[in-house]
Design a protein around this ligand. Structure first.
Ligand SMILES: [Fe+2]
Length: 448
């Protein structure tokens, strides 16, 4: 594999038994067809994000192009189903593991980490192949997601609470470039609005099918297009589109409306260009630290949309940290208290880097009202995504804990529990083996 996004998906879990002060750790590969093929043959069957199968002959290559085309046309599985990006709990106690292909959506059992089966959506007219692994959970339990259909646009749809396999189309947002969908990894949403952030990083479908690299893996960067923020009203599917400067965003921290409903605030972990995508090639991650060389770096910025402004109005990005160039460490994986998702909020947590490394080895807590931040850091560790869990009887937004997986230089791993207010360590459970660095995580309360 050539890139951090390419490995086969594995679920890791820590199970905490507070009554007996006991913890267990476990991990298991997602039993996708991509993983099964690799496990049986030692070879890739489908291309991952930045690594393509090595073909032994032109015939092999052509047959793979035909198979990918077949997948795009819905005739066969032509793209990977490696559900390696995110895991989302569902109301029935199961969870779904996801990647950005529709095929790569698997139901899993959070208790045993067993793969239960590939999600088969009911026929609903929601077409498209490239989705996001970040469905947005609304306060009423519905999930919103989008899928890109080449030549059509972004189809924004709803999974009604408790009926994940049902997809209800809400709106179709045409792509700015009909044959080159923009890459959308995540999007902001409230109970009323979902925003499709159409940034100028476009899939190059030819390179994706035929191989070869473009500016960023198989994508083209065209900053002169700027960013279009399409605000979709989830009640009736109506849309208004606003123009913002070019940017690249993996993850949106939060979104919320002003009390009078006139303004929509969107908080992003915002990169000024997509250089981070190339920085995550393994050859760059393994390279010796070069003083002065900085990996792509995101800042916490807010766009405020006046929902009464006409279609096409300009929106700008505003820093949420004072003197951000000096004060804000490189960070990503923004998470807020889940009870404040889609609502006015004050605190945002994220994984960040304490220099000299570019890798995430610290946890940041941003105070977006004060424009300040605090950092927890421990030498000799890398961190996964911090997850905020509110205290059962919480009275304040930051009353709770932050759970984060550590991968440690001595070959062990740990789950560390930090106080949500002070970031002081409250508890730690160690496992005597090394977990791999993961992407996203989630907290599930025990049912018993
Ligand atoms: Fe993500």
């Amino acid at each position: 594999m050539d890139h951090m996004f390419d490995g086969y998906g594995m679920l890791s879990s820590f199970k905490l038994d507070g009554r007996n002060n006991f913890a267990t750790g476990s991990h298991r590969f997602i039993d996708s067809a991509a993983w099964q093929h690799y496990a049986a043959t030692g070879k890739m069957r489908w291309r991952e994000f930045a690594t393509a199968p090595r073909y032994e002959s032109l015939g092999d290559r052509l047959s793979d192009v035909a198979s990918t085309l077949g997948g795009v046309l819905g005739l066969a599985q032509g793209v990977t189903d490696n559900a390696s990006v995110n895991v989302v709990p569902l109301p029935d106690g199961t969870a779904v593991a996801l990647t950005e292909t529709v095929q790569g959506t698997y139901r899993v059992d959070p208790d045993t980490l067993q793969t239960l089966g590939q999600v088969q959506y009911s026929k609903s007219g929601v077409k498209g192949d490239l989705t996001t692994a970040h469905p947005a959970l609304l306060a009423d339990g519905d999930l919103i997601n989008l899928v890109s259909a080449v030549g059509v646009g972004f189809n924004v749809y709803r999974h009604p609470a408790g009926a994940f396999e049902q997809r209800q189309l809400i709106a179709t947002v045409p792509h700015r470039r009909p044959l080159a969908p923009a890459w959308v990894h995540d999007f902001p949403a409230t109970q009323t609005y979902a925003v499709v952030p159409e940034m100028p990083l476009y899939f190059n479908v030819g390179k994706l099918l035929l191989g070869g690299t473009s500016d960023y893996i198989f994508m083209d960067w065209a900053p002169s297009d700027g960013t279009t923020l399409h605000v979709v009203d989830l009640r009736d599917g109506r849309r208004r589109s606003y123009r913002a400067p070019a940017c690249f965003v993996f993850h949106w921290g939060n979104a919320f409306e002003s009390p009078d409903g006139r303004y929509l605030h969107l908080d992003a972990c915002l990169y000024e260009d997509p250089e981070i995508v190339n920085d995550l090639y393994l050859r760059h991650l393994r390279a010796e630290y070069q003083p002065g060389r900085q990996a792509g770096r995101a800042f916490l910025r807010r766009a405020t949309i006046d929902l009464q402004a006409p279609d096409g109005s300009e929106v700008s990005w505003r820093p949420l940290v004072e003197d951000e160039a000096e004060m804000s460490p490189p960070f990503d994986f923004p998470k807020v208290n889940p009870l404040y998702r889609g609502k006015p909020y004050r605190y945002l947590y994220g994984a960040c880097s304490t220099r000299p490394t570019n890798a995430h080895n610290s946890v940041a807590k941003f105070d977006v009202e004060q424009g300040s931040l605090e950092v927890w850091h421990e030498a000799g560790t890398l961190v996964g995504e911090p997850v905020f869990v509110p205290a059962p009887e919480a009275t304040a937004e930051d009353d709770g804990v932050v759970m984060v997986v550590l991968v440690q230089a001595d070959g062990s791993s740990a789950l560390v529990v930090l106080d949500g207010k002070s970031l002081e360590e409250v508890a730690r459970c160690r496992v005597p083996y090394q977990l791999t660095i993961g992407f996203h995580g989630t907290f599930l309360p025990s049912s018993s």
